[in-house]
Design a protein around this ligand. Structure first.
Ligand code: SF4
Length: 383
């Protein structure tokens, strides 16, 4: 199992250069509104609103901020009837597919589907009798709406916990997920996505690896309650990133104790640093050492500013000395290397300009503009 490299693909009907790899085409494809999860589609970025769903204005405003940050699928909590009644307005104004998060009441799921959500997150084991599961499945099936089953380390079934000595194990999580899957599949429902989220990174990673060996159901990856931005980012990156590098995971959500827009930033960093998807220029810079011949922190900050808004998968290197800089920036589309009073601009490791230090940034900008123009032309030709 692995990732398949692509140069250009179509995302939501538009040609997109941001997708470097597709997810595994052998994994079951599940349609979520205009998106596809699994089945070789791009790995989708999602998050969840922290607003009260009953407050349509605040929820829609947050959804718009999430979309602006790069979120492609947004989940909202549906705790009661007032929240499900708010969904049709939210769906209309969102501009992105909406997922309804249902905990216990099957009627909220039916109301959410009738309000036009693109996906429902619920565990059939939580909503009661088989009749209730069937009622939800019938409505979801008729509307073409998938269901995501979510197993969390904090809410494991008692019997599995008891058997495993009250320790959450990867095997226990997979068993809990497959039980829920069975409840849907026995009603003939197959548009399923599964998540198994744990606070322990290793448990989450192993549960997903194990599940992938047993099922072709697409996986939604995440570390639950990862924490504050710094540590939570590292934990999520290791957990989600390890699986993505194995070719496992069709959609991702980072859960931070922070504004949800921060989660989207981290999702994209994970996708970009694993090479799974790229939506912007990549900046690589040397860590500096005793050979440094320029204020590299300042130069890198200036280069980063110039890269803002460039939505092309180009690699840019900023290096601190002429001894190792040219070699270390060889695989970059464009590089800038500081020297003693002068510096170099490189394209794919070839020196294209040698300029005095004070002209280094302006010459870099000229060369960068040229590169961007060339890449855009290539895009037009390929389209
Ligand atoms: Fe040191 Fe030069 Fe390498 Fe930067 S590029 S880390 S300054 S040797």
């Amino acid at each position: 199992m692995g990732l398949r490299k692509l140069d250009v693909t179509v995302l939501n009907g538009r040609p997109s250069r941001t997708q470097l790899y597709t997810s595994d085409p052998k994994i079951r494809g599940v349609r979520v509104g205009p998106l596809m999860i699994g089945g070789g589609a791009p790995v989708i970025v999602q998050s969840m609103c922290s607003t009260d769903t009953r407050d349509v204005r605040a929820t829609v405003a947050q959804i718009h901020r999430l979309v602006e940050a790069g979120c492609e699928l947004v989940r909202v909590a549906v705790p009661d009837e007032v929240a499900s009644a708010a969904l049709s307005d939210i769906v209309k104004e969102a501009g992105v597919p909406i997922v309804a998060d249902i905990h216990f009441h099957y009627k909220r799921a039916i109301e959410a589907i009738e309000a036009g959500v693109a996906k429902v997150r619920l565990n059939p084991g939580n909503i009661g009798s088989r009749d209730r599961v069937k009622a939800v499945v019938d409505v979801a099936g008729a509307a073409g709406i998938p269901i995501r089953i979510g197993v969390n380390s904090g809410s494991m079934p008692d019997d599995i916990l008891q058997r495993d000595g009250y320790i959450v194990t990867p095997e226990g999580m997979v068993e809990a997920a497959l039980r829920e899957v069975h409840l849907l599949e026995q009603e003939g429902f197959r548009d399923i996505i599964v998540s198994m989220k744990a606070t322990e990174t290793k448990v989450m990673v192993e549960a997903n690896r194990l599940f992938r060996k047993k099922s072709d159901i697409p996986l939604h990856l995440g570390i639950t309650e990862a924490g504050l931005e710094g540590y939570g980012t590292i934990k999520s990156a290791i957990g989600i990133g390890s699986l993505l590098l194995d070719g496992i995971g069709e959609t991702i959500r980072v859960s931070l104790t922070a504004e949800p827009e921060e989660e989207i930033k981290v999702c994209w960093w994970i996708l970009e640093s694993t090479g799974v998807r790229r939506r912007s220029a990549e900046l690589v810079a040397c860590p500096t050492c005793g050979r440094i011949e320029i204020d590299l922190f300042e130069l890198t900050a200036q280069v980063e500013k110039l890269l803002k808004g460039i939505d092309l998968p180009i690699k840019v290197a900023v290096m601190g000395c002429v001894v190792n800089g040219p070699g270390e920036s060889r695989d970059a589309d464009i590089g800038v290397v500081g020297g003693k009073g002068k510096g170099l601009i490189l394209r794919k490791g070839q020196i294209v300009h040698t300029v005095p230090e004070e002209e280094l940034l302006s010459m870099f900008k000229l060369e960068l503009d040229k590169l961007v123009e060339e890449k855009r032309l290539e895009e037009v030709e390929e389209a």
